[in-house]
Write a protein that binds this ligand. Structure first.
Ligand code: UD1
Length: 420
């Protein structure tokens, strides 16, 4: 197993190129199941979750070819329709193949993903919506067994809660369904928007893209032709590096980034004292020498993302006052708190609310990554801790950050990947 060794330093400087968004790539890779051609995808990030999903598709009979700047995914010869536990257990987002497999083949089996470190994360809303579209769903031996021998039918679906992968799954299922599917209370995340835009450009008419009400006009079973597309920049990776600039009080420039997707994150960093220069595809952070405390409540897009909560918690340990951070989406997403406390952070937890009591001088020690975004919060804290910090179990980090240590090294961080 690898670990990261980080030497706390005073400042960073330079430019970081942002990779393609993991959370946009996952549904868009699953979407290739709907294609009648081999699909060329540019700007896929080089992270473990993407490899996992491509492996899952390969197991189903797809052919994936990695070229220098693009990946070609050919699902035209797909034969298998069972996504097995050994892969799904490593990545919950594997559930994204459920909608596309069912709508294309009329049947499929996908292992139940189970809970994960940050909470229970049920998929009941995905299943209920597919049933409304005419599917029969059985849960047997840990698998979702879905069938719709005569195809799925468009209908009105009202999501009780906003769900990102749930919306993506139903949009893909609806793409080949008969008639129009209307999703009310749909997720509006940029990653969902890109999925809808690519499908729309491929001949699946979708109305309401970017709003909470989507109307998807299905092709009645006809596979679609998908032209080459490029994955949008990763807003969470970008947000994490903006926090790196803020916490180390360093000017950093991010390229290949879309500031429009980072509105809530930039607004909070501005409240904490930073200012920004923004162009069409760059963001430069001009940090303040004094970090102000903050109040944050995580919510669905366009509000403040839960995927940035851990990083802001790390940043708040360096603020000159009391910050309050409330997690509204996942019940157990504060495991980084005890690791930050090991570094000397002054944080108290009360249910879903973390209170960070002012600035504390962190000091390096051995700590453990517990989930993907928690891992990056630990990296941020280690950048300003006195002495050396070793972050273990960084396979969590590798799921979603493309070459994090190389990117940070490139702007002056003292960071090394080593073997246990
Ligand atoms: C996605 C993102 C993840 C992000 C999260 C919230 C991907 C691959 N992952 O996860 O990085 O943290 O959105 O922005 O894009 N829920 C149910 N029943 C369901 C589905 C969801 O109760 O059937 C609940 C969840 O437990 C959670 C909330 O709804 O409390 C939102 O979850 P959801 O948007 O589905 O998260 P993911 O799509 O899994």
């Amino acid at each position: 197993m690898d670990y990261l060794k980080i030497q706390g330093i005073k400042s960073l400087s330079g430019t970081i190129k942002i990779s393609g968004a993991k959370n946009a790539s996952l549904p868009l890779i699953a979407m290739t199941i709907l294609a009648k051609n081999s699909v060329s995808i540019k700007n896929l990030p080089n992270v473990a979750d993407i490899k996992t999903l491509l492996k899952l598709l390969t197991n189903l009979g797809a052919n994936c070819e990695f070229q220098k700047i693009k990946t070609i995914v050919d699902t035209t010869q797909l034969t298998e329709t069972k996504a097995t536990y050994d892969i799904v257990k490593t990545m919950r987002a594997s559930i994204l193949v459920l909608g596309p497999l069912l709508t294309r083949f009329g049947h499929c089996e996908v292992s139940l993903p189970g809970g994960c470190a940050i909470g229970q994360r049920p998929i009941d809303l995905h299943l209920k919506a597919l049933e409304q579209m005419g599917a029969t769903i059985d849960i047997k031996s840990g698998y979702v067994q879905a069938s719709a021998p005569n195809g799925l039918k468009g209908c009105e679906i009202i999501f009780d809660k906003i769900t990102v992968t749930g919306t993506a799954n139903i949009v893909m299922a609806a793409a080949l369904a008969k008639g129009v599917t209307t999703i009310i209370n749909a997720a509006r995340e940029p990653e969902v928007v890109q999925l809808c835009e690519v499908l729309h450009a491929s001949g699946v008419k979708i109305e309401g893209i970017g709003t909470a009400v989507l109307a998807i006009h299905g092709t009645h079973g006809k596979l679609i032709h998908i032209d080459e597309f490029s994955i949008i920049p990763d807003r969470i990776e970008a947000g994490t590096y903006l926090c790196a600039g803020a916490i180390t009080k360093s000017e950093l420039k991010l390229t290949n980034v879309n500031a429009k997707h980072l509105g809530a994150v930039i607004a909070k960093l501005e409240e904490m004292g930073s200012s920004f220069t923004i162009t069409k595809n760059t963001i430069t952070i001009h940090p303040s020498q004094i970090i102000k405390p903050i109040k944050i409540v995580t919510q669905e897009y366009p509000a403040f993302p839960t995927d940035m909560q851990a990083q802001f918690l790390a940043l708040a340990t360096q603020a000159n006052g009391v910050s309050i951070i409330e997690e509204r989406l996942f019940e157990n997403r504060f495991m980084h708190v005890s690791e930050l406390q090991r570094l000397g952070a002054n944080i108290s937890l009360n249910g879903s609310v973390a209170t960070v009591s002012g600035q504390s001088q962190l000091s390096g020690t051995d700590i453990m990554a517990t989930d993907l975004r928690a891992s990056s919060a630990l990296v941020l804290a280690a950048l300003v801790a006195d002495g050396e910090t070793k972050i273990h179990r960084i396979y969590h980090l590798d799921r979603g950050y493309d070459q994090l240590e190389k990117k940070l090294e490139g702007v002056g961080a003292k960071i090394e990947r080593l073997k246990e």
